[in-house]
Design a protein around this ligand. Structure first.
Ligand code: C6P
Length: 413
C-alpha cells in the first residue's frame, strides 16, 4: 500500500468543494475515476456563473457601461491569471479558445497555412490524441507536406534517439503531447523543444493532460505553442487556451474573421486587424467560462500543483499495486515517467463490459480507444479500460475500484 502520510493534502476538506462527489450512482457512492476525460468542478467555479449572470452579464470590449466594464475587467484579468499559470512572458501571448482541439486547429490553420508547403515535414508522435493528428492530416492533404511519426517503445515511452534521427532540413514543426491521455506517459518536452530548435523547427505542445497535474512553465520548456482545456483542470467546458510566443502570433494571419478581431473594416480598402491576442478571438467569447477558468486556476494554485501531482502519483502507485493481483490483467503504458492514468486490458473480458458493470458499483472509468486509435492499434488492442486520477480521489476510492474490478472480472470470465 502506497504511503500517503508525508503529503499535506487535506483531501477530506478539498472534497467538500465538490458537490458532485456527494452523489450516488446506482445506489452506491460515486467513485469518479474518469478525470482525464473531464475533471469535476469545485463550487468556487460553479459560483462564478451565478455571480456573472446574476450581477454583471455584458458583452466585453465594446460597451462603455458599468456592466461591460466589469465583465471586460474580469475577462482580461483571467488572461493575466493564465499567463502566470503558464509562466508566459506576456499576457498578449494568451489566446482564449474553445479548448485544446480548437487551439491546435488555430495553429494548423493560421501558422500552418502560412509556413508549411509541399515537401516540408511535420513530426507528430504515436502517442497523440486525434486532436493533434487530424488537423495536421487535413492540412497535409491540402498543402502536400509529409507527416512523420515519432515511435514509442513497448512501455509507451517515446524513442528519443529515433526522434532525433527523424529531423531533416525540411522539418518545420514538432506537434507532441506533454502527457499522453491514453497511457499517462510524460514526454520530455523541454528536451524535445531543444532538439526541434536546433534544427530550426517550431514545437507545439498539447498540454491537455499536463495542465491539471504539474506546474507548467512554457518558457522553461521552450514551447513555441502550448494548448490546454479548461474542463480538465477543474474548470468549465467550452474554454481553453493557446499560448503562442508573441513574435510568432504577431506574424500569423487571423484564422477566423468577425467582430473583435479587427482594427478597421472597409468595403473599399483592406481590413486591418487587431493586435494579438484579439486578432485570434473573433466574435463574442465564452465570457463566463473564461472567468470561471481563472477561478479554477486560482483554486488549483491555492492547493499547489506539486502537491496535487505528488498525491496523484501515490494514487497511481496504489492502484498499480492493487490491480497486480487481478489475473490476466495487463497494464498498457509503463513508461518510467508517468502521470495519474492506469490503462489496462483483461484477458477474457471486454473493456466495454468491464466499464458497464463497474458503473453499476458507482465507479466511473472510461473504456474505448480514448481518441488515440493509432496508439492502441500499435499495441494490438482496439480498446482499454482507463482509470485516471485527480486531487480529490482517495486511496479508499482506489480500493473500491480494485475490489469492484476484481468482482466484475470474476463475473465476466
Ligand atoms: N481527451 C480523454 O478522455 P478537448 O476535447 O479539446 O478539450 O481536448 C482534446 C484533447 C487533446 N489532447 C489530449 C492529450 C487530450 O487528452 C484531449 C482530450 C479526453 O482523454 C477526451 S477524448
Amino acid at each position: 500500500m502506497a504511503d500517503f502520510s508525508d503529503l499535506t493534502l487535506d483531501v477530506a476538506k478539498l472534497r467538500r468543494d465538490f458537490p458532485i462527489l456527494d452523489r450516488e450512482v446506482h445506489g452506491k457512492p460515486l467513485v469518479y475515476l474518469d478525470n482525464a476525460a473531464t475533471s469535476q468542478t469545485p463550487r468556487q467555479v460553479i459560483e462564478v456563473f451565478d455571480d456573472y449572470y446574476g450581477r454583471y452579464n455584458a458583452n466585453i470590449h465594446r460597451g462603455l457601461h458599468t456592466l461591460a466594464d466589469e465583465a471586460t475587467a474580469a475577462f482580461e484579468g483571467t488572461r493575466e491569471t493564465v499567463r502566470a499559470f503558464l509562466n508566459a512572458a506576456d499576457h498578449r501571448e494568451i489566446v482564449f479558445t474553445r479548448g485544446t482541439t480548437e487551439a491546435i486547429n488555430l495553429v494548423a490553420n493560421s501558422w500552418g497555412r502560412a509556413n508549411l508547403k509541399a515537401g516540408d515535414e511535420v513530426l507528430i508522435s504515436r502517442l497523440e490524441h486525434h486532436s493533434n493528428i487530424v488537423p495536421w492530416q487535413l492540412l497535409a492533404g491540402e498543402l502536400g507536406f509529409t507527416i512523420k511519426v515519432i515511435p514509442v517503445d513497448e512501455r509507451g515511452a517515446l524513442d528519443l534517439a529515433a526522434y532525433r534521427d527523424l529531423f531533416t532540413e525540411r522539418t518545420k514543426l514538432v506537434a507532441v503531447n506533454h502527457i499522453s491521455n491514453a497511457f499517462g506517459t510524460v514526454n520530455p518536452v523541454a528536451e524535445m523543444a531543444r532538439v526541434a530548435h536546433e534544427h530550426g523547427a517550431r514545437i507545439l505542445v498539447d498540454g491537455a493532460q499536463a495542465a491539471p497535474h504539474q506546474a507548467i512553465d512554457v518558457q522553461a520548456i521552450g514551447a513555441d505553442f502550448y494548448a490546454f482545456s479548461g474542463h480538465k483542470v477543474y474548470g468549465p467546458t467550452g474554454v481553453g487556451v493557446l499560448y503562442g510566443r508573441a513574435e510568432l502570433l504577431e506574424a500569423m494571419p487571423p484564422w477566423q474573421g468577425g467582430g473583435e478581431m479587427i482594427k478597421t473594416v472597409s468595403l473599399e480598402a483592406p481590413t486591418t486587424f487587431a493586435d494579438i491576442p484579439h486578432k485570434f478571438e473573433a466574435g463574442t467569447p465564452a465570457i463566463a467560462e473564461v472567468i470561471a477558468l481563472g477561478r479554477a486556476l486560482q483554486w488549483v494554485g491555492d492547493i499547489g500543483l506539486p502537491l496535487i501531482g505528488a498525491w496523484e502519483a501515490r494514487l497511481l502507485e496504489h492502484a498499480t499495486e492493487g490491480v497486480a493481483g487481478i489475473e490476466g490483467l495487463r497494464i498498457l503504458g509503463t513508461a518510467p515517467e508517468k502521470a495519474g492514468v492506469l490503462s489496462f486490458v483483461v484477458d477474457g473480458a471486454h473493456s466495454q463490459d468491464i466499464g458497464l458493470l463497474i458503473d453499476q458499483l458507482g465507479v466511473a472509468i472510461r473504456t474505448g480507444h480514448h481518441c488515440a486509435q493509432p496508439l492502441l492499434s500499435w499495441f494490438g488492442v482496439d480498446a482499454t479500460c482507463r482509470a485516471s486520477f485527480a486531487a480529490y480521489n482517495t486511496p479508499e476510492e482506489i480500493d473500491v475500484f480494485i475490489e469492484g474490478l476484481d468482482r466484475v472480472v470474476g463475473m465476466l470470465r
